[in-house]
Design a protein around this ligand. Structure first.
Ligand code: SF4
Ligand code: SF4
Length: 393
């Protein structure tokens, strides 16, 4: 961590807590070895004190809890985690999930607790009818929940209703320079800030697409404007340039990436007005290649037919962002094209399970038709069959 420095801080308006402007998004911890521990420790060493996890993130709460316990760091950080509201069918479920979260996190309180993935106002009303407001009041009284908020993937029309329906202390929205007018959007950001809420931001890099998935032409535009800054650095700075934003969550898949993000959060200085022009050029170039708005969140998995939906979309987008052959290669590797049992998207039964879970509202079944046309045309399937026969005998 030599020379990395410590991140800047912003004040949570409701509590007065000093939160790191960079938070660790724990949705995509590295899957193997001790890298997750290294990421968490690198973040804390760099001054990051806001850690965002959720009940449904695989192994995330448990990993975070055990690393904090092992290094005696619980008191050094604020933990944010979330109630899986889509899984709550009765009042007792609230305690069932929450108690399990405390056990996984090895703590007896949660600093920032969110209603997870609110997709519509009517969904919130369903949870309210189950008694969530009474439950939150009890948890706040016992001190097991310090601050309450919600994470949002619904429409721009429903977001103001959510702000008005309860005395929230903070919210978590999807926001980045490409999504300025998507979901809560800049209007929602302004409204939340006017109400005195702290606004945390998720998907600052669109699941990495704004870091490593930009077409070369867009990377060149950034490089010309400032060769010192990476595309990820540009995207994070764009967010920190909003004083209404308190914490920007970044999922950091290695200690190296954590250190890069920390360096950016250390050095940030507000943009001059003329510097902002670069984003509209990059946005236009990126829009040409970002055909399916998939962020790779994996909420749609598992698919009953074992189709790795985000991987198929990543390949499809890469075939426009990089070049056709890069996309084809990703696609065929992902489906196990020359293995004895390749998993084609043509095995999709159209059950619709994935679409119900998708926070980006992607019409997955319809998009699959375009993907199939691009990668699984009749001649392509015939060629693959020949290859399989040749390889597997
Ligand atoms: S609609 Fe198709 S891709 Fe989606 S879950 Fe069902 S089988 Fe899988
Ligand atoms: S299709 Fe939707 S739910 Fe699935 S990974 Fe992409 S954004 Fe997430």
């Amino acid at each position: 961590m030599n020379g990395v420095g410590r991140v800047q801080y912003r004040v949570d308006k409701k509590s007065g807590n000093k939160l790191s402007a960079l938070g660790l998004g724990c949705m995509r911890f590295p899957p193997v070895g001790q890298e997750a521990e290294r990421v968490i420790l690198a973040a804390i060493n760099g001054g990051v004190n806001y850690f965002d996890t959720a009940y449904i993130y695989p192994n995330s709460e448990k990993t975070l809890g055990s690393v904090l316990k092992k290094h005696n760091l619980r008191e050094s950080v604020f933990i944010a985690t979330k109630m899986p509201i889509s899984m709550c069918k009765k009042y007792e479920d609230f305690d069932r999930f929450f108690d399990e979260q405390l056990r996984r996190l090895q703590t007896d309180f949660v600093d920032y607790y969110l209603m997870h993935n609110v997709l519509s106002f009517s969904q919130w009303e369903t949870i309210r009818n189950l008694g969530i407001e009474k439950w939150i009041a009890q948890k706040k009284e016992t001190g097991q929940i310090k601050h309450v908020g919600f994470s949002f993937h619904g429409s721009g029309d429903d977001f103001p209703k959510m702000l008005d329906t309860y005395d929230w202390e903070f919210c978590l929205i999807q926001y980045n320079y490409y999504d300025e007018n998507y979901q809560a959007g800049k209007n929602g950001l302004r409204l939340a800030a006017e109400k005195g809420l702290s606004v945390m931001v998720m998907e600052p890099l669109l699941g990495g697409r704004l870091a490593t998935g930009l077409p070369k032409k867009a990377v060149d535009v950034f490089a010309k404007a400032n060769p010192e800054k990476t595309p990820a650095n540009w995207a994070l700075d764009w967010l920190w340039n909003h004083p209404e934003i308190t914490v920007v969550l970044s999922g950091m898949s290695s200690a190296k990436i954590a250190e890069e993000n920390i360096r950016a959060a250390t050095k940030f200085i507000p943009f001059e007005e003329n510097e902002l022009a670069v984003f509209s050029d990059v946005k236009n170039i990126f829009a040409e290649s970002f055909k399916v708005k998939c962020t790779g969140c994996n909420y749609c998995l598992p698919c009953p037919k074992d189709i790795n939906i985000p991987a198929r979309f990543a390949a499809y987008n890469a075939s426009y962002a990089q070049n056709y052959f890069a996309g084809v290669f990703m696609y065929f590797v992902g489906m196990g094209a020359i293995s004895p049992n390749p998993i084609s998207i043509r095995s999709c039964t159209s059950c619709g399970k994935c679409e119900k879970a998708c926070p980006q509202n992607i019409p997955i079944r319809t998009e699959f038709k375009k993907v199939a046309r691009r990668f699984e045309s009749l001649p392509m399937r015939a060629a693959l069959k020949m290859l399989r026969l040749f390889k597997n005998g």
